[in-house]
Design a protein around this ligand. Structure first.
Ligand code: TRP
Ligand code: ZN
Length: 474
């Protein structure tokens, strides 16, 4: 369809709705609209169709914006929430799902009219009072409360709302967003966010993006955060704790906000000092930093065992080393700005962030990338590194394993050796800039690499990305 035809179709649809709304009662309009054979309203799918997490995300609509108003008491671990989702129907919808697990839902409305809802596992099934026309914008408000709990992932790790001794470590990869807000939780759906977070005075609540303001009232403090650039739900955070806060704006105009648990402060300080230079160095390699805000949350959460590249503001379970800072920072380009289309392509996140560590080391007096590669290649064929190929991890239990991180980085090193440094860097930069605020796929990346290099790279990618076991030649 040509752009002009599309615009014309959209326009007439709007006119039709206005005519209906002004001439017949609402329920009758819905009946009439549902009567046409081409216009049957259907339920939105309960998942986005990702085989690794079949119920993650939902069909039939896109969330443009989340407005999350949360109040958390670390002592009782009680969370009160109101989520206002601004969404757009992508099919004619009789009902739709949101992802939400645990928590008690006390009310749902659609466009300010009370809607019927029921719970079905991790699905919150909403039936709006009237059918939602394809393309229509609508607003969903969900009021809920309870004691949020993390989910246990197929690999045994926990994610979502993870209580700590002074607050909560809030990390949603791959499926924990649904533990603390109702979401269209698959990374294919990206949205802007506003957070209004209320915590006891003396605690800090840190989300993504720019801090708009902090106010106090009685015994509480309220933090307002805005994440303007589109974000996948798993990258949202609302981490609560006792934090030392540091704020500044870089020479490039990026607003930095660091929140550090005092128990981690001494170890974190020399590493966080490097954040602006790390982001500058990565901008030189990958193209402009994709967000207006940056920073870090360094929590003391020894039970967690990982860090997460929460958008604009990575979340660490303890003071990171420089390598980890480089890794989570690289994710801002690879994983956050350029999002996954399906979890199977996770090497596009982890292989790239790991290769950024190798490059950083190489250019800052450490081991060369070749040396990192060689040390891995020396591992015997039975090593866990070769357990599955990075381009086909085989399921959600294998998202965060060595074959994805380390062998994923080896793919990029092989590519670099094949095409040379100059073209390799052009491939990385073009990847990050052409898919900025969007999505990528493995096929899209390999096609881009072939286009930019003018080479047929089938054999390289077949061997390193897709073939089981240890590849033959190094
Ligand atoms: N994506 C994170 C990183 O590499 C790691 C991560 C997120 C993770 N969630 C996880 C690792 C769950 C293990 C289990 O920075
Ligand atoms: Zn990572």
């Amino acid at each position: 369809m040509t752009p002009s035809r599309k615009r014309a179709a959209g326009r007439s649809a709007v006119l039709r709705r206005e005519a209906v709304v002004t001439t017949v009662p609402f329920a009758l309009a819905a009946l009439l609209a549902a009567a046409g054979p081409a216009a049957a309203a259907t339920a939105g799918a309960p998942g986005a169709g990702d085989p690794y997490f079949p119920l993650e995300g939902n069909g039939g609509y896109h969330v443009v914006h989340y407005g999350l108003t949360l109040r958390y008491d670390p002592k009782t671990r009680h969370l009160d929430g109101r989520a206002v989702l601004t969404a757009r129907a992508t099919q004619r919808l009789s009902r739709f799902d949101l992802d939400l697990t645990g928590m008690k839902v006390s009310g749902v409305s659609v466009d300010h009219v009370k809607a019927a809802f029921r719970r079905d596992g991790q699905e919150l099934v909403v039936t709006p009072p009237t059918v939602l026309r394809d393309g229509r914008d609508f607003r969903v408000t969900v009021t809920y409360d309870g004691t949020p709990k993390p989910v246990t992932d197929p690999d045994g790790s926990q994610d979502g709302w993870i209580p700590t001794d002074d607050g909560a470590f809030v990390a949603g990869e791959p499926q924990g967003a649904m533990t603390w807000f109702p979401a269209n939780g698959h990374p294919t759906d990206k949205s802007s966010y506003d957070f209004t977070l209320t915590v006891p005075k003396g605690r800090t609540a840190v989300a993504n993006g720019v801090l708009l303001g902090r106010t106090t009232s009685g015994g509480t403090a309220t933090y307002r955060w805005r994440q303007s650039e589109p974000m996948a739900a798993y990258l949202a955070t609302a981490t609560v704790g006792t934090f030392e806060v540091e704020q500044y704006t870089t020479r490039g105009g990026v607003r930095v906000y660091n929140a550090v648990d005092p128990r981690e402060a001494a170890a974190a300080a020399p590493v966080l000092k490097k954040l602006p230079s790390v982001l500058d160095w990565e901008s030189g390699l990958f193209g402009p930093y994709p967000f207006r805000a940056a920073g870090a949350i360094v929590d003391h959460a020894p039970s967690v065992g990982y860090a997460l590249e929460t958008q604009t503001r990575p979340l660490y379970d303890s003071a990171p080393d420089v390598s980890t800072l480089v890794h989570e920072s690289a994710h801002q380009w690879f994983g956050d700005s350029v999002s996954l289309t399906r979890w199977k392509d996770i090497w596009l996140n982890e292989g790239f962030a790991t290769y950024a560590e190798w490059l950083y080391s190489e250019q800052h007096g450490g081991d060369s990338a070749q040396k990192s590669f060689d040390a891995l290649y020396a591992r015997p064929a039975g090593d866990a590194l070769w357990a599955y190929p990075p381009g086909d991890p085989g399921g959600g239990a294998h998202l965060f394993g060595a074959p994805v991180y380390a062998r994923g980085a080896m793919v990029l090193h092989e590519l670099r050796k094949a095409v040379g440094d100059r073209i390799f860097h052009r491939i990385l930069r073009t990847w990050a800039t052409t898919h900025r605020d969007g999505h990528g796929t493995t096929d899209g990346f390999t096609a881009l690499a072939e286009r930019e290099s003018g080479r047929n790279l089938d054999g390289l990618f077949r061997t390193w990305l897709f073939t089981k076991g240890k590849p033959d030649r190094a």
